[in-house]
Design a protein around this ligand. Structure first.
Ligand code: GDP
Length: 598
C-alpha cells in the first residue's frame, strides 16, 4: 500500500515492543535488532517510550507521530512538567513565604562559553584544576551582587553533559541561555530552550563572545526571536545582554538582569516550612561516606535531620557550605554538601525531611519494593536471548560493562561511549552501566557475555579482581574521560583487526649455571637493563640465535621469591622446560600486550 508509507503511524506515549512491531508492520525480531542498534536492549514485552519508538521507526524508514487527542493537548501543556518541588512549594501557606535568592542554571550549546561565564562570575578558574580539563562534578555556588545573593548551579562543561545541565534547569528559578555571537543558535541552544520551557523557568539570554570580530549579536537576536524569545528592544519580554565571558564584559549587567527577572518571578519559600530540595550531585568520598550536594528549596535544613531521597535515606551528620566551611543549618536556595546518606541518591531527585529514621526506613523499603515490582513488570532480555539475536545478525560489537564513581557521570560517560561507537565501524554495546566500585557481579556479567569492564574513577574490589583473573575478564580503569574514549575508539578499530605486540621489559646476562632438582639447571644472572619480571616471558639468546622462548618457573634473590629484579641486580632464574643455560646467554624478558583492543 503506497499510502501507508506517507501517512505517519500514530503511537501512544508508551508502547510494548510487540505492539510497536505490529504497528510498524515488522517482525519483533527485526525491531529488537534495530533497538539494539540504537543502544536499547528491550525484550518483546517491554514497554518503550515514544521518543525511543520514534528513533527506531526512523531507523527502519518509518514515520510515526504521537497520538494526542486535540482536547487533551492544551491541558497537557498547561500541566507541563512541573517539578515536584514546585508543586510542594505551592502547598506552603502564602503568608509564611519569604523572598529567597534566585537559583540560576547556565545552559547553552557546547563551547558557547558556559564554563567561562561561570568561572568569570565565580572569579576562579574551575576548569584548570580538573583532571583532563573537564569539570567532572556538578556543584553549586553563591555570589553577592548589589547586596543580594544569587545561587548558581555549576554543572559540568563537557559536551556530553548536556542532559545533566537540563536536570539542573529543573532546580533553577532562572535559566541563563548562553549563545555565542559568532556561532548563533545551535541544536543544544534549542534543546536548552525546550528544557527551560518544560520546567517553566524564565530565560535570560547572554549573547556571548561579543569581543570577537565576527560576532553577530543582531543575527542571534533574530534567530532567537524566531524561536519565540523576542528581545525587549523589539517589544518582547526576553532580556538579552551582550557579554564577553572571556573579557568579563557586561557581567554586572547580566547579574542585574537576573535580579530583575527574579523580582518578577515570585521567588519565595517558607524558611519555617517543610524541609525539601533537589539533589544536585552525590558521590562516595574516602573516609566521609556519601557526600551529597543539596539545594535546599524550602524550610531550614539542620544537622541531625533525617532525609529521604529516592530509595536512600540518612541522618545529616554534617553540613558544609560551598566553600567547604562547616555550617549548622541551611535555608532556602542554599547549596550545601551533606554527609550522612547511606547510599548515593540520584542526581536531580527530590529530598525531604522525615520525622525519624524509622519512618525513613519504611518509606525507602516501600519504594524499593515498588521498584522491584516495576522491574518485574517489564522483563529484561536475558543474555541467552541476546546471544541468539547476535548470531542471527552480523553485528560486530564490543560489549562493555561500565562503572562510574558518581551518578552525575553515568549518563555522560555512557552517551560519550555510544557516540564513539556511532563513529566507528564496529559497535560499542553497553550491557550494564552503574555507579559504584567494580564488583564480582560485574565481572560475572562480563564473563558470561564476553564483555570488557570499563571503570571511570572506580576500582575493582578484591573479590572482583580475583574472579576477573580467573575468568580472564579484562578490567580497564580511567581517571580522564578522554583517555577512556580514546581507548574505546582504538578498541573498536582493534576488533576489526586485533593485533598483539611484544613489549620488552629488560635484559639480563647469565653469569653462572647451577644444578637444580626442580628445573634441572638454573642460571645466576645480572640485569643489564630494564627489569626482569616474574610474570613476563623469557627469550634465551645465544649470539643472534634464539635457543628458547618460554615461561619463567622461578625468580629468586637470596633464596627469596621475588616479583621483579631491577637493573644492576643479580638473581637466580629457572625456566619451565629449559635447562640448557650457558654462561654469556642473554635473557630477554618481555610481555605480550594486545594493542588497539581492550
Ligand atoms: P562551554 O562548553 O559552553 O562551557 O564553553 P567554554 O566556557 O568552555 O568556552 C569555549 C571556548 O570559548 C573557550 O576556548 C573559551 O575560552 C572561549 N570563550 C568563552 N567565552 C568567550 C568570550 O566571551 N570571548 C571569546 N573570544 N572567547 C570565549
Amino acid at each position: 500500500m503506497m499510502m501507508a508509507k506517507h501517512e505517519p503511524v500514530e503511537l501512544p506515549p508508551t508502547i510494548t515492543v510487540r505492539e510497536l512491531a505490529q504497528k510498524l508492520e515488522v517482525t519483533p525480531i527485526e525491531l529488537i535488532k534495530t533497538l539494539m542498534n540504537v543502544g536499547v536492549m528491550a525484550g518483546i514485552n517491554q514497554t518503550i517510550d515514544f521518543e525511543t519508538a520514534e528513533i527506531v521507526a526512523a531507523e527502519m524508514g518509518k514515520e510515526v507521530r504521537l497520538a494526542v487527542p486535540e482536547a487533551e493537548k492544551e491541558k497537557e501543556e498547561e500541566a507541563g512538567e512541573l517539578p515536584l518541588w514546585r508543586k510542594w512549594l505551592l502547598a506552603e501557606p502564602a503568608a509564611k513565604l519569604q523572598p529567597r535568592p534566585p537559583v540560576v542554571a547556565i545552559l547553552g550549546h557546547v563551547d558557547h562559553g558556559k564554563t567561562t561565564l561561570l568561572d568569570a562570575i565565580r572569579h576562579t578558574n574551575v576548569a584548570a584544576r580538573e583532571a583532563g580539563g573537564i569539570t567532572q562534578h556538578i556543584s553549586a555556588y553563591q555570589i553577592e551582587h548589589d547586596g543580594r545573593l544569587i545561587t548558581f548551579l555549576d554543572t559540568p562543561g563537557h559536551a556530553a553533559f548536556t542532559s545533566l545541565r537540563a536536570r539542573g534547569a529543573k532546580g533553577a528559578d532562572i535559566v541563563v541561555l548562553v549563545v555565542a555571537a559568532d556561532d548563533g543558535v545551535m541544536p543544544q541552544t534549542r534543546e536548552a530552550i525546550s528544557h527551560a520551557k518544560a520546567a517553566r523557568v524564565p530565560i535570560v539570554v547572554a549573547i556571548n563572545k561579543v569581543d570577537k570580530p565576527n560576532a553577530q549579536p543582531e543575527k542571534v537576536r533574530r534567530q532567537l526571536a524566531d524561536l519565540g524569545l523576542v528581545p525587549q528592544e523589539w517589544g518582547g519580554d526576553t532580556i538579552m545582554v551582550e557579554i564577553s565571558a572571556k573579557e568579563r564584559l557586561n557581567l554586572d549587567e547580566l547579574l542585574e538582569a537576573i535580579l530583575l527577572v527574579a523580582d518578577t518571578a515570585d521567588i519565595r519559600a517558607n524558611p519555617q516550612g517543610r524541609v525539601f530540595g533537589t539533589v544536585i550531585e552525590a558521590q562516595v568520598k574516602k573516609g566521609q561516606g556519601v557526600v551529597a550536594t543539596l539545594l535546599v528549596q524550602n524550610g531550614t535544613l539542620r544537622v541531625g535531620d533525617v532525609l529521604v531521597a529516592g530509595t536512600t535515606y540518612g541522618k545529616v551528620r554534617a553540613l558544609l557550605d560551598f566553600r567547604g566551611q562547616r555550617i549548622k543549618e541551611a535555608g532556602p536556595s542554599t547549596p550545601v554538601a551533606m554527609l550522612g546518606f547511606h547510599d548515593i541518591p540520584q542526581a536531580g531527585s527530590l529530598f525531604y525531611k522525615v520525622k525519624n529514621e524509622k519512618e525513613a526506613r519504611q518509606i525507602v523499603a516501600e519504594r524499593q519494593e515498588a521498584e522491584k515490582k516495576a522491574a518485574q513488570a517489564t522483563p529484561r532480555m536475558t543474555l541467552e536471548e541476546f546471544f541468539q539475536r547476535l548470531q542471527e545478525g552480523e553485528v560486530k560489537e564490543l560489549r562493555l560493562v561500565v562503572k562510574v564513581d558518581v551518578q552525575g557521570s553515568l549518563e555522560p560517560v555512557v552517551r560519550a561511549i555510544e557516540e564513539v561507537g556511532e563513529r566507528s565501524e564496529a559497535q560499542a554495546r553497553i550491557l550494564h552501566a552503574d555507579v559504584g566500585n567494580i564488583t564480582e557481579n560485574d565481572v560475572m556479567l562480563a564473563a558470561a557475555s564476553d564483555a570488557v569492564i570499563i571503570g571511570f574513577n572506580v576500582k575493582p574490589d578484591a573479590a572482583a579482581r580475583r574472579v576477573a583473573e580467573h575468568e580472564g575478564v579484562s578490567i580497564r580503569t580511567y581517571r580522564v574521560i578522554y583517555n577512556l574514549l580514546d581507548d574505546i575508539e582504538k578498541a573498536l578499530k582493534g576488533l576489526l583487526e586485533p593485533e598483539k605486540q611484544e613489549v620488552v621489559l629488560g635484559e639480563a646476562e647469565v653469569l653462572a649455571v647451577f644444578p637444580s632438582s626442580r628445573f634441572g639447571k638454573v642460571a645466576g644472572a645480572r640485569v643489564r637493563r630494564g627489569v626482569i619480571r616474574r610474570n613476563g616471558r623469557i627469550r634465551v639468546l645465544r649470539g643472534d640465535e634464539v635457543v628458547f622462548d618460554g615461561e619463567i618457573g622461578s625468580l629468586k634473590r637470596f633464596q627469596e621469591d621475588v616479583r621483579e629484579v631491577r637493573e644492576g641486580f643479580e638473581f637466580g632464574i629457572g625456566l619451565k622446560n629449559f635447562k640448557d643455560f650457558q654462561v654469556g646467554d642473554r635473557l630477554v624478558c618481555y610481555t605480550i600486550e594486545t594493542v588497539q583492543s581492550a
